[in-house]
Design a protein around this ligand. Structure first.
Ligand SMILES: [Zn+2]
Length: 151
């Protein structure tokens, strides 16, 4: 007869990489296709709240209305906040060090995280005006905007 042995909880520290494809959704698909094919950035408007969201979403976060009024925004924007990333992770699309910031495009009421480049970190500041640099080879993802740089 064997006696059940009690084990202490055992944690394994590891990283998993899972390459996958997923449907970006109707709104996401329109956003990425327009970005890839026309180098235009779309937001979506809630006419009830008078807010424009970037990236576009299907539901207003304030009034829960279904959204479908896409509008062109940017391409210029304002840096809302930023940080210097000093370590590399496999999930980062580039090696550290790099600056990551929240960019609120002209015409949008929300910001989105993206790379800030072509500027000395000591000169990056909140309120800095930026514009996108588009990737030469478009793949239909957010990195079709390679990064934002100061105007
Ligand atoms: Zn709304």
């Amino acid at each position: 007869m064997t006696k059940d042995k009690a084990y202490e909880p055992f944690e394994v520290d590891q990283r998993m990489v899972a390459h996958s494809n997923y449907w970006a959704g109707e709104m996401g698909s329109r956003f990425y296709i327009t970005l890839r094919d026309k180098k235009k950035i779309l937001g979506v408007r809630c006419t009830k709240c008078n807010k424009t969201f970037w990236p576009p979403r299907t539901t207003c976060v304030f009034c829960f209305s279904k959204l479908d009024e896409l509008v062109e925004i940017g391409p210029y924007g304002t840096l809302e906040t930023f940080t210097l990333v000093t370590y590399s992770e496999p999930v980062h699309p580039r090696k550290a060090p790099f600056v990551y910031g929240i960019v609120k495009l002209d015409g949008a009421d929300t910001g989105m995280a993206h790379f800030i480049d072509e500027v000395d970190f000591n000169k990056v500041h909140i309120g800095m005006r930026v514009k996108p640099v588009f990737a030469k080879e478009k793949k239909g993802n957010i990195l079709d905007i390679q990064y934002f740089k100061p105007i």
